[in-house]
Each structure stands twice: as C-alpha cells, then as structure tokens.
Ligand binder design. Structure first.
Ligand code: ADP
Length: 452
C-alpha cells in the first residue's frame, strides 16, 4: 500500500472511530439521564398518591383517590401480598396496561421496563392499607414521548456523524498529499538520475524548514558530493591515462623503428632498447604510485611502533646516498623517540628526499629537531625552488610546476599528494617553505611519544 493511502486510511479511520465513540457516549449518557429522571418523577407521583390515601377520610372511595393521582400517561393500582390487584385506575389512552400480569414485589421497585416495545417507568412502593394490611401501590407510566425524543437525538447524531465524515476524509487526503508530495518528487528525481545518469537536484520550495525540507536538502548535498567525487575521479583517470600515453607512444615508436630497420641498422638497437627500458620503468613507477593512491581510498592499515627517529633517519639517509650517489648532511639537534608506522614514515621521508634530489644539484641537508610537542624532520635542498603561486597546488594530484622539466626528471606530480595522504593517515603534517631559485625546505612534524 502506498504511503499516501496508508496515512489517508489511518487518519480517516481514527477520526471516524473517535467521532462514533463520542456520539455514542453522548447518546447513552443522555438517554440514561432522561429515563432516570422519568422514573424519579413516577416515584414522586406514587409517594404523593400514598400521602393522599393516608390523609383523605376513609369514607372517600380508594378508587376516587387514585383517580386524582393517576399519571396522565399511565395507571395506578393497589396489589396485595398474594399478588391480587385491588383498586386501580388507568387513563383512557393506557387501557392496555391492564393486560400486564400483576405480581407482588415484597420491596420497593423503581425501574424501566419494555411493554410492546415501548419503555415504561414502573414503580412499586409498599404501604399500609386502610384495613391495616401490607399492600403495594404500583404505578406504571408510558415513556413513549421520551423514547421518541431519544430516537430523534439518535437520528441527529447519526446524520452529524455522516456529515462530519466528509471534511475528515477531505482533510486526511490533503494531509497525506502534503506529506507525500516532496517524497514523490524526490523519488521522481532519483528515477531521473538513474535513467539519465545525470546528477540532478530536487527543487525545494521555500516554505518552512521542516523535516521533509531537511530530507530534500540532505539529498541534494549528497548528490553534490557524489558529483564532485565523480568529476574528481574522471579527472584522475584522464590524467592517469594521459600520463601512460606518453611512455606507450615512445615504446611503440621505438618498437616499430626496430621492426622496420632494426635488422639493417644494429646501432639503432642499443638506443631503442635503452629508451624502451627507461619508459617501461617510468610506467612501472606510475602504476605503483597509482596503486598506492587507490589503496588509500580504503584506509591505510597502520601499525604503530616505538622508534628511535635518529636511527631510522640515519639508516634511510645512508641507503639514499648509496642509491643516488648524492651528498647528504644529517644534522641531529636532539635524540627523538616517537610512536609511528615505520614503513609509512620511510615512504614519506623518501618522497621528500626524492624531490630534493630531483630538483637540486647541491648537497641536501636533513635536520632532526623538536618543536613544542612535535618531532620535526626537515629535508632542505638548495635547488630551483617552487614559485609562491604554486606552493599550495603542488599537493594536488598530477600537479607539476614545470611539466617539460618534470618529464626529464621523472616525476608525475603524484609524490606530494601521496605524501600528504600518508601524513594524514599517520597524524603527521607536511609543510613546504620555498624560495624560487634558492631552494626548498620540506618539514615532517610528528607528535612526540612522551617527554623525550
Ligand atoms: P613529482 O613526482 O613531479 O615530483 P610531486 O607531487 O612530488 O611530483 O611534486 C609536485 C611538483 O612540485 C613537482 O613537479 C615540482 O615542480 C614541485 N616540487 C616538489 N618538490 C620540490 C622541490 N624540493 N624543489 C622544487 N620543486 C619541487
């Protein structure tokens, strides 16, 4: 069942049931009150008659006294202990009341009984007869007029119930429409997105900022986020394929050159193999970096251990010197112990060292120091530096200051963005300070373990 129909059905049924209950209780309490009032009136009439009988001289016929007190719509009679009727009077319109079987009740009775489907007030009160015997004065009064009034009330209440049902139905329909309209429009937009593959927003009317408005707003924010991510991903893929295209083109052209003329000109062989080999290495590097970046999407699995930062950096600097045959000076201002993931730290440090190597010729300086509660490892080079306007952007994926130059040095513009992601995962920060033409200082700051 649709939400709209559910709301509709639930509110209508609830309202109608409430209406019926209210009207029913009005009718029942009203009829009870009216009938009780009638019975009380009959009791008062019976008591008046008993007073009359007791006060009037015994020479006056009992029948005549009863005639004076008989209710306008009923009968009055004396019944003895054996259940035999004595003197009695009934008004002409109620002669049928004689047909009711007579019986002695032994105690006072005040009730409503049905004769011929008409309610009657019946009252029986014990009294002492003129002869000094115990008898009962029984009064029966037709309550047809009251019953008619009650019937009219019943009819009015039924009509009122039906009439009020109409606005109830209309308002519950309006309510369900009001609630479900934004949801329906949201579903339509979602279907539209699914069908067209485009990121669309739900139009939000500028009414009160209720929960439905908030839901729509959240949906639009989510779509925006998806769109931004989608575009970023598209950009990333196109950059990656563009980067792969260059080495592939080089490899392809050298391979076809070899195919065409390799056999006749053996001197071409060395050059081609050399170029193909270095381009293959470039591609391997790129795919490795791409894989690392892709893995980051699913969180780095960090394994934090306590390390002596000085030892780790010293070791790394030694292997770097050996691998690249570059002069590196290590300045250790202080001894530092930290808790971190060793492999990730080394990866981060190598990225910065690699940049210093690629973009400078002179000696590289590595400095270990402490600043407040942070351990700082600085990689300082005296190379070409980074122009101030590019300083912010160098952390973006595939961003390179000078593409032509980078191609020669081998960078893809992925190193610093990878470094940034590793640092974020480790809880470290990277800061670059650079002056174009003078050199660059890259600082890794890591939280200290304790007061070391
Ligand atoms: P790449 O692999 O191209 O070096 P990075 O993300 O590591 O990519 O660096 C982005 C760009 O920032 C580089 O292309 C380079 O222009 C610049 N850069 C990074 N480090 C240095 C540095 N130490 N000196 C000069 N320029 C640098």
């Amino acid at each position: 069942m649709k939400l709209r129909n559910k709301i509709n059905l639930f509110t209508s049924v609830l309202f109608i049931v409430l209406l019926i209950l209210v009207n029913l209780s009005i009718y029942l309490s009203f009829s009870k009150m009216m009938l009780a009032g009638e019975v009380e009136r009959t009791v008062a009439e019976a008591k008046q008659a008993i007073n009359g009988i007791n006060q009037v001289n015994s020479t006056v016929e009992l029948q005549d006294i009863l005639l004076a007190y008989v209710p306008v719509n009923g009968m009055m009679q004396i019944v003895d202990t054996e259940g035999k009727a004595g003197a009695g009077v009934a008004v002409p319109s109620q002669q049928t009341l004689w047909e009711i079987p007579v019986r002695y009740h032994q105690k006072e009775v005040q009730t409503v009984v049905e004769y011929n489907n008409i309610p009657h007030a019946f009252v029986s009160i014990p009294m002492i007869s003129r002869e000094g015997e115990v008898v009962e004065l029984q009064v029966t009064e037709n309550l047809g007029a009251t019953a008619e009034m009650l019937n009219t009330l019943k009819l009015v209440l039924i009509i009122v119930t039906f009439i009020t049902t109409i606005p109830v139905l209309i308002s519950s329909r309006l309510l369900s429409n009001f609630i479900t309209r934004p949801i329906t429009s949201m579903i339509a937009t979602m279907r539209d997105i699914k069908g067209s593959g485009q990121f669309k927003r739900i139009p939000l009317p500028k009414r009160s900022k209720d929960e439905l408005y908030q839901m729509g707003e959240t949906f639009n924010n989510m779509i925006e986020l998806l769109e931004v991510n989608y575009e970023k991903q598209g950009q990333f893929i196109s950059n990656a394929s563009h980067e792969l295209k260059t080495p592939l083109t080089v490899i392809e052209s050298y391979a076809s050159l070899l195919k065409r003329r390799g056999k006749d000109q053996p001197e071409l062989f060395d050059e081609s193999i050399q170029a193909i080999h270095s381009e293959a290495i470039r591609m391997k590097d790129l795919t490795q970096q791409l894989l690392l970046l892709a893995r980051n999407e699913q969180h780095w699995l960090l394994e934090s251990v306590g390390i002596n930062l000085n030892e780790v950096v010293e070791e790394a600097v030694q292997s770097f010197k050996k691998a690249y045959n570059r002069e590196v000076e290590l300045k250790q201002e202080t001894e530092v112990m930290i808790n971190t993931d060793l492999q990730r730290f080394k990866q981060l440090f190598f990225i910065l060292m690699d940049n210093a190597r690629k973009y400078s010729e002179e000696k590289i300086v590595v400095k270990i120091s402490k600043a407040k509660d942070q351990a700082v490892v600085a990689v300082i080079d005296h190379g070409i530096g980074i122009p101030a306007r590019d300083l912010e952007k160098v952390f973006d994926r595939f961003y390179r200051v000078d593409k032509a130059r980078s191609r020669k040095t081998g960078g893809f513009g992925l190193g610093l963005s990878l470094a940034q992601e590793i640092a974020d995962a480790m809880g470290a920060t990277i800061k670059l300070e650079s002056v174009e033409g003078l050199g660059t200082t890259a600082k890794i700051s890591l939280p200290l373990t304790n007061s070391h």
